[in-house]
Design a protein. Structure first.
Lengths: 108, 123
């Protein structure tokens, strides 16, 4: 099983600031990683797939990068609606998909 | 918008059974692989099971293998998860999710999710 880890567990950011979230895989997953946003009481929402491709309708302030075992989700200028939990997911070790434990982005 | 609407959750005693349904609309259902993902209260996301578009291929997490069965009725655009021998640790919100690959198989990530159905296993 490929284990996904994320840091930090919680990131406190002021509106308008940049947020950088990290995700690591225990083995190389090439660029087979997706990022999701989840708000309280809601289902996850796909933000990024293929490590860096934004999903349909996702604002340009969200960007992803990385390959192999290290990945980054960057939110260039946090808006109020961006405060949420963010999960990375690997889909290289198919079909044993695994998710990271999440990073909570809250208001500083 | 691609509505996915789960139903069937509720309170179940340990050792009991429950069947979840996920009604799909807005896309050609049989062209897409579908997946169940669960989330225990206050916890992260866990992949549970996936099924190909024609229903001929199914996959399970080790934690549910032999107890859960995924299936689909393409004539009714509905996905199912039959859960037997339920355990306290199966308590979670269960989401159905759509894979974006339109050949009936999987790319492996999930572009649309239902709102979830809570299953509580408790005596």
């Amino acid at each position: 099983e490929i284990v996904m880890t994320q840091s930090p567990a919680t990131l406190s950011v002021s509106p308008g600031e940049r947020a950088t979230l990290s995700c690591w895989a225990s083995h190389s997953i090439r660029t087979n990683v997706a990022w999701y946003q989840q708000k309280p009481g809601q289902a996850p929402r796909l933000l990024i797939y293929g490590a860096s491709t934004r999903a349909t309708g996702i604002p340009a302030r969200f960007s992803g990068s990385g390959s192999g075992t290290q990945f980054t989700l960057t939110i260039s200028s946090l808006q109020s609606e961006d405060f949420a939990i963010y999960y990375c997911q690997q889909y290289n070790n198919w079909p044993q998909f695994t998710f990271g434990p999440g990073t909570t982005v809250d208001i500083k | 918008e691609v509505p996915l609407l789960e139903s069937g959750g509720g309170l179940v005693q340990p050792g009991g059974s429950r069947r979840l349904s996920c009604a799909a609309s807005g896309f050609t259902f049989n062209n897409y692989g579908m997946t169940w993902v669960r989330q225990a209260p206050g916890k992260g996301l866990e992949w549970v099971s996936s099924i190909s578009g024609d229903g001929g291929s199914t996959y399970y997490a080790d934690s549910v293998k032999g107890r859960f069965t995924i299936s689909r009725d393409n004539s009714k655009n509905t996905l199912f998860l039959q859960m037997n021998d339920l355990r306290v640790e199966d308590t979670a919100v269960y989401y159905c999710a759509k894979d974006p690959a339109n050949n009936g198989y999987f790319l492996g990530y999930f572009d649309y999710w239902g709102q979830g159905s809570l299953v509580t296993v408790s005596s």
